[in-house]
Design a protein around this ligand. Structure first.
Ligand code: ZN
Length: 496
């Protein structure tokens, strides 16, 4: 396999040649959803970004073990070490079992991911199913002297760790900055230092989700699960760890600290982060009213949306930006993406009806162009997954197809096949776009044939003077909203 894939490593802050630990296998861990709410755009972007990476690595011949976790122990948001256990809170409000809430939102997440054509990961471990591993990790960090127990909770000793290692190696922050920005919050009296973070929290009496441990009945700190589960499924050292940029600090910084503190070395070779999504130029936030769930995009039912958008429009729109750039959602931008995608699909769906008019070798320009689109698309993918550039080459291919259809560019049968292969590989297999247009057309065609079949049976019934059957077919189709007209050649029908 050619070693020419470059990816940007957040840790080294530069593009590096991707060389996996083992020759043909890749271990990849991506922080998955926290399942206490409906999946939204913030879930879609990392899922799609790392789905494309997963697909591309697989295409390059690697056997990829892709682990994406489910955070279901109700982690403490923005590392406040305070706040409420969101899952437990919701469970009480709705009088449901916590795991019922988890399952409800997880099902909705899976449904949305399937609609977005995001492939399922190889392993999808739940934090709640790995409490034993997390407790062991806390013990290891305590044994190495980088954590302390305080009132039944266990905290990571950041200043002590920072004396020997670099806390801030990923985010570029330093302890002084963190001390200045850390707010005084509940639990601070238990900590030796405000920058310390919880590895284990003692549960308050009303806390539903709790597990017994050597320190208290409680629950693990949020950062713990990813360190414990990545190690369990990928080993103490593995290739790629991904997630959204918002996770760099504190989540991933804390993961590195936990890893180094427990094993003596950093386990991740390439840290990859996708940039964030804004809506009409603003950060998404529940209080800003611009928090649009994926289901609302798909059915258009949100006051900021002027129409619904198909999952493929959302996917295509996200991939039209490089994953390290921001993406701003607006109706205008989504409509442009919708048009662009249908232009590509229309061109693709025309390929089969193109007449091979050219003779191989007689047109020196077109075959070379098509071949170079393959090479250039691969080059773009190898340049840190530059999907917008790949898409620009697909538009170039669409222009060739349209010129050929208009009789302005002779193509050989071989050229036509190459164009088809280019779309199949890059648009469908690697970018993961589904040809919805074709699927819609195909199902409509089948539907038309089924109605024709019924009306032919009705004609036969009439010829056999089986009026009961003939009337039944007519009446029931009319009741379903069909307009049926008998003509001298047979029949015509349309939907009313
Ligand atoms: Zn994580």
């Amino acid at each position: 396999m050619d070693n020419n894939l470059f990816i940007y490593n957040t840790l080294s802050r530069k593009k590096e040649i991707f060389t996996p630990l083992l020759e043909n296998r890749v271990g990849m861990y991506v922080c998955g959803p926290t399942v206490y709410g409906d999946p939204h755009l913030g879930h879609a972007r990392p899922a799609i970004t790392f789905d494309v990476l997963f697909r591309y690595l697989t295409h390059r011949g690697y056997k990829v073990r892709y682990v994406r976790n489910i955070t279901d122990v109700g982690h403490l948001v923005n590392d406040a070490d305070a706040g409420e256990d969101k899952i437990a809170k919701k469970a009480k409000l709705e009088n449901l079992e916590p795991m019922e809430v988890v399952q409800y939102y997880l099902n909705r997440y899976h449904k949305a991911m399937e609609a977005l054509n995001v492939l399922p990961p190889s392993i999808e471990p739940h934090a709640s199913g790995h409490i034993i591993e997390q407790i062991q990790l806390v013990k290891d960090i305590l044994d190495k002297g980088f954590a302390y127990e305080s009132a039944g909770s266990v905290y990571f000793d950041v200043p002590k760790y920072n004396k020997q290692h670099n806390y801030g190696v990923l985010s570029g922050r330093n302890i002084e900055d963190m001390l200045n920005t850390t707010r005084e919050l509940e639990g601070q009296d238990e900590k030796h230092n405000p920058v310390d973070f919880a590895l284990w929290k003692k549960a308050s009496p009303e806390h539903i989700m709790r597990w017994s441990s050597p320190w208290s009945d409680g629950f693990p700190g949020w950062h713990l699960e990813c360190t414990a589960m990545s190690k369990k499924y990928l080993g103490a050292e593995f290739d790629i760890h991904g997630g959204g940029m918002d996770l760099i600090f504190p989540h991933h910084e804390c993961e590195i600290a936990q890893s180094v503190a427990s094993t003596g070395h950093e386990g991740v070779r390439y840290w990859m982060h996708n940039n964030m999504i804004t809506v009409n130029g603003q950060k998404m936030g529940k209080s800003l009213g611009n928090f649009i769930n994926l289901a609302q995009f798909f059915d258009g039912k949100h006051e900021l949306l002027t129409q619904s958008y198909t999952p493929m429009t959302i996917r295509f729109f996200i991939l039209q930006a490089h994953y390290r750039s921001t993406v701003d959602f607006s109706n205008e931008a989504l409509q442009a993406a919708e048009k662009g995608l249908s232009r590509l699909l229309e061109a693709y769906n025309r390929i089969d009806s193109l007449p091979p008019t050219g003779v191989a070798g007689t047109d020196p320009q077109s075959p070379a162009d098509i071949q170079s689109l393959f090479a250039k698309s691969e080059e773009a993918m190898n340049d840190d997954l530059n999907t917008p550039i790949v898409i620009s080459y697909l538009f170039e291919a669409a222009r060739i197809i349209n010129s050929a259809a208009a009789g302005q560019m002779p193509l050989t049968a071989g050229d036509i096949q190459k164009l088809k292969d280019l779309f199949n590989l890059y648009l469908f297999d690697i970018l993961g776009i589904k040809n919805e247009q074709k699927a819609e057309n195909a199902s409509y065609e089948a539907f038309e044939k089924a109605i024709d079949l019924l009306l032919n049976l009705r004609m036969q019934a009439k010829q056999n003077k089986d009026w009961a059957t003939s009337d039944k077919i007519r009446n029931e189709l009319t009741a379903l909203g069909f307009e049926i007209k008998d003509t001298k050649d047979g029949f015509e029908w349309k939907m009313a």
